[in-house]
Design a protein around this ligand. Structure first.
Ligand code: ASP
Length: 406
């Protein structure tokens, strides 16, 4: 994956350079052919992302939810773990929404080469009307949702299947194994897509630069800086404060003892790859009850992603600013929920958040072409996201450990 990230970086730089050359010498003989080819390649890349998105999220959520009942965890552990995951992810998303609404990077630019999808959510709806419409839209014939790419009703259906599979009947085992195996197949396809990503990013960037002015890049800089600052704030202030209030464990102790896990997360950009280290730190350094850590940490590595949730909310607002779409309160509520679902649905592997980012953009009717400017800097931001994701899991295990003892 490291090599792919390097390739994406090289592809992005060459795409920008070539775009600039074409911008300054638009009459070169190859320009027309080249732009037709890059347009085609960019479109294929975006369409293949759309292709994998729905099945990936569908199987990932079924597998995640169907594993919830694993082990003999008392309902206190179960419920408090869930409450903790949802609360901390909500805080992370709220932080992103509030600060991004104040700073508004990208506002005033209008990227006209991106086509907005049909916006499913009207921007004139009142809040009660919005909730009514929203709730009604969650229940649909799953085959219809699959075919039309409607993600939210599909997620509801996958959660229901996952809950049903928690009932450990023998006759359900075959279904569970099939879903798990299909999920692995989807991960494999995502891996292939990442191999294609450098070419896709190159093509999309050439086309974007040809039709854009360079003001975009200074706005991108402000966005990257804001996101990294927010992720650090969540990890250095919010999570340690919650931990201290609930367990009296000091932030210094958390960072000192948890350091190997945080550094591994930073270096690998994968909560899943870091999991063995997070587990051994929870058990050996913090002496948590193994029943608690074996339940909270693996679940957290696939479902609890504060950094990813924060990033996805912030990035969607940035893209909305870039295309001149003013998201209403109702649309920001949708964004809140979708960012949460997207981060729960993202597997704990590098750049997984980028694939589910496509889902957030799609639900809000924002252009998927925007991924071309998010992907090149993803390696950098993913390191921070993953570190905070892992910190959130460890803090969760320590809090649930304390709660389960009292
Ligand atoms: N790389 C992240 C993780 O493993 C997921 C993401 O892409 O945000 O936690």
């Amino acid at each position: 994956m490291n090599n792919i990230n390097k390739l994406i970086f090289i592809a992005a730089t060459s795409g920008i350079l070539l775009g600039l050359i074409i911008k300054f010498f638009p009459n070169l003989f190859f320009v027309d052919y080249l732009l037709t080819a890059t347009d085609l390649l960019g479109k294929i890349f975006i369409k293949s992302l759309k292709m994998i998105l729905v099945p990936l999220v569908f199987f990932s959520i079924i597998v995640g939810v169907s594993n919830l009942g694993r082990g003999k965890n008392s309902s206190v552990i179960w419920k408090s773990t869930f409450l903790y995951f949802v609360t901390t992810m909500s805080i992370a998303i709220t932080l992103a929404l509030v600060v991004m609404n104040i700073i508004q990077p990208g506002i005033g630019l209008s990227i006209d080469s991106w086509q907005s999808a049909n916006i499913g959510i009207s921007n004139t709806m009142t809040i009660p009307e919005f909730f009514k419409q929203f709730l009604l839209s969650l229940f649909e014939n799953p085959f219809h949702s699959l075919a039309s790419g409607k993600i939210l009703p599909l997620i509801v259906f996958s959660i229901i299947i996952g809950i049903a599979l928690n009932d450990k009947q023998d006759k359900f085992m075959a279904a569970k194994n099939i879903f798990t195996s299909l999920y692995e197949v989807m991960l494999k396809i995502v891996h292939w897509l990442m191999l294609f990503a450098p070419l896709g990013v190159f093509a999309l960037l050439v086309n974007m630069i040809v039709s854009q002015d360079t003001e975009l890049f200074s706005q991108l800089g402000i966005f990257i800086f804001t996101v990294i600052f927010l992720i650090m704030f969540h990890g250095l202030v919010i999570l340690p404060t919650i931990l201290y209030i609930l367990t009296k464990i000091s932030p210094m102790y958390l960072w000192k003892e948890g350091r190997p896990a945080f550094i591994t997360a930073f270096a690998t950009s994968s909560s899943a790859a870091t999991l063995p280290i997070t587990l051994s730190i929870a058990n050996d350094n913090f002496k948590t009850n193994k029943g608690v850590s074996n339940f909270v940490l693996p679940l957290g590595a696939t479902m609890n992603m504060d950094g990813t949730a924060l990033y996805e909310a912030a990035a969607a607002l940035f893209i909305a600013n870039l295309v001149g779409m003013d998201l209403t309160l109702a649309q920001q509520l949708i964004l809140f929920l979708t960012a949460m679902v997207a981060s729960i649905g993202a597997p704990g592997i590098p750049s997984a958040g980028m694939v589910t980012m496509a889902m957030v953009l799609q639900v809000l009717g924002l252009p998927l072409e925007a991924l071309a400017i998010l992907l090149p800097m993803d390696r950098l931001i993913d390191t921070f996201r993953t570190t905070i994701n892992v910190e959130g899991d460890l803090v969760g295990a320590l809090i649930i450990n304390k709660i389960s003892k009292s």
